[in-house]
Design a binder for this molecule. Structure first.
Ligand SMILES: *[C@@H]1O[C@H](CO)[C@@H](O)[C@H](O)[C@H]1NC(C)=O
Ligand SMILES: *[C@@H]1O[C@H](CO)[C@@H](O)[C@H](O)[C@H]1NC(C)=O
Ligand SMILES: *[C@@H]1O[C@H](CO)[C@@H](O)[C@H](O)[C@H]1NC(C)=O
Ligand SMILES: *[C@@H]1O[C@H](CO)[C@@H](O)[C@H](O)[C@H]1NC(C)=O
Ligand SMILES: *[C@@H]1O[C@H](CO)[C@@H](O)[C@H](O)[C@H]1NC(C)=O
Ligand SMILES: *[C@@H]1O[C@H](CO)[C@@H](O)[C@H](O)[C@H]1NC(C)=O
Length: 388
């Protein structure tokens, strides 16, 4: 099975030789299945020396019992290797956007303050600061005072980082979509031998939709979650870490999620490649698709962000064609977080959007079903890459 990033490399090479670009249709890993505890763990030894990108994290989008809308981003990263990282390091990132938005406010973008900590060079810690370990039937990611524990098919995220304090219980909603490849396809990364996997090589991982409950404390103000859904990501790129600067060229890559009561979905597109994948959770099933003929994300409306003086989309229309039906959704953003990823040789800019969506799923030969709910967009774009 080829992963999105493997292809990024091969397409990059082809492009160098002036050959035609691939369509991206045939290149995605399409594995779907439950979360496997060992794959939530480190899979490589703590003193692994080869290039590495290993992450685990959550985005939660919901409302609070006091009626505020929010999204929170909580991610753990280890990044090693000279190719694109400025320094080797362990990085923790948290971001929060929250506010009282009337129904009218939710129909357009608003300039609402947000908090974000992580991703700047001064936030990097020595590799080893973050501890990732499996003990019996429990996997823990610990970075200073904040940790995530996977146990019995659920996650607990607890502790503080910067001026945020969290106590969350997170449960799966549907299956994991291994869009970056299956862990079984990695070479030299047997889950029984994590401490000696010095030759671990390959790319694996993906996302799973989740539901969340608990409390977020921001600067001492406790926000109790009323209803929230989200996404958990676990990705491992070992030995060969593809260039994000290259994949982010052009209009960049778009990670879009929507959660209704009856359905949830995910669509991803990237201009480079081009690449595209989609997932829909319906009933108790997860369906996936791939290729830029099957999955589209089209920007609707734009907003001049008064803080950055940059123009960004505020809404999207997305479609995904599955074997058994067609998903269409309209997404409206009403708040945003922005930051950057500094890379060796360039810079990526990232925007996260708090959003709502309406969706329709039309099963082939059946009645279309509609739903609505919260949504989240993350888009990453190479802002600048200097000549090598
Ligand atoms: C390793 O993975 C296999 C297959 O996914 C699983 O059955 C096994 O329990 C895992 N081993 C450990 C130590 O978690
Ligand atoms: C939170 O959102 C849900 C779903 O839209 C809604 O039913 C509920 O009333 C909201 N809670 C509050 C406190 O506004
Ligand atoms: C939302 O409104 C409540 C009640 O007026 C207020 O206490 C809270 O600070 C507001 N939240 C934000 C982020 O302004
Ligand atoms: C805490 O307060 C500071 C100062 O007002 C602000 O910059 C920061 O964003 C706040 N953090 C959170 C999590 O609300
Ligand atoms: C989904 O699974 C739950 C729990 O196993 C069950 O109660 C429910 O009936 C299932 N729903 C569908 C649509 O199959
Ligand atoms: C994606 O699109 C291609 C071309 O239209 C089609 O042959 C393929 O079956 C689609 N894949 C899925 C998973 O629906």
């Amino acid at each position: 099975m080829k992963s999105l990033v493997d292809l990024a490399l091969s397409v990059g090479l082809l492009a160098c030789h002036g050959l035609a670009q691939g369509t991206g249709d045939e290149v995605f890993a399409m594995g779907v299945g439950p979360v496997v505890l060992a794959n939530e763990g480190p899979l490589v030894p703590n003193d692994y020396q080869r290039p590495l990108f290993s992450d685990s994290g959550f985005v939660i989008r919901g409302n609070t019992t006091a009626g505020e809308e929010f999204h929170i981003w909580i991610f753990w990263y280890r990044q090693l290797g000279k190719e694109e990282y400025v320094v080797n390091g362990d990085v923790m990132q948290v971001a929060l956007l929250r506010g009282n938005f009337t129904e009218e406010d939710q129909s357009h973008m608003n300039n609402v303050p947000f908090m974000n900590k992580g991703q700047n060079l001064e936030d990097y810690r020595h590799p080893g600061t973050m501890r990732v370990f499996q003990k019996e039937n429990r996997v823990t990611w610990q970075f200073e005072g904040i940790s995530s524990t996977a146990e019995q098919g659920e996650w607990t995220v607890k502790g503080s980082y910067s001026d945020l304090d969290v106590d969350l219980n997170i449960r799966p909603r549907g299956n994991m979509f291994y869009h970056a490849g299956g862990f079984a396809d990695l070479s030299g990364c047997e889950n029984e031998t994590t401490s000696t996997n010095y030759n671990c090589d390959g790319v694996a991982g993906g996302i799973i939709h989740v539901s969340a409950s608990g409390t977020i404390t921001a600067n001492g103000t406790a926000l109790a979650i009323d209803q929230a859904q989200g996404v958990h990501e676990r990705i491992l790129m070992a030995s060969n870490v593809p260039s994000r600067l290259e994949v982010g060229l052009g209009r960049g890559s778009f990670w879009l999620h929507g959660w209704g009561e009856r359905f949830s979905w995910f669509t991803f597109t990237s201009e480079q490649g081009p690449y595209a994948v989609g997932m829909v959770n319906i009933g108790n099933e997860s369906h996936v698709t791939g290729g830029n003929l099957n999955v589209t994300i089209e920007a609707r409306d734009h907003w001049l962000d008064p803080e950055t003086d940059q123009v960004n989309p505020t809404g999207w229309h997305t479609t995904a064609h599955f074997e058994n039906g067609v998903l269409e959704a309209d997404v409206q953003a009403f708040g945003r977080v922005y930051y950057y990823w500094l890379r060796n040789g360039g810079l990526l800019i990232v925007n996260q959007m708090t959003a709502n969506m309406v969706m329709r799923y039309s099963p082939h030969g059946g009645e279309p079903v509609t739903d609505k709910g919260g949504a989240f967009m993350e888009f990453m774009k190479t802002f600048y890459e200097q000549p090598k």
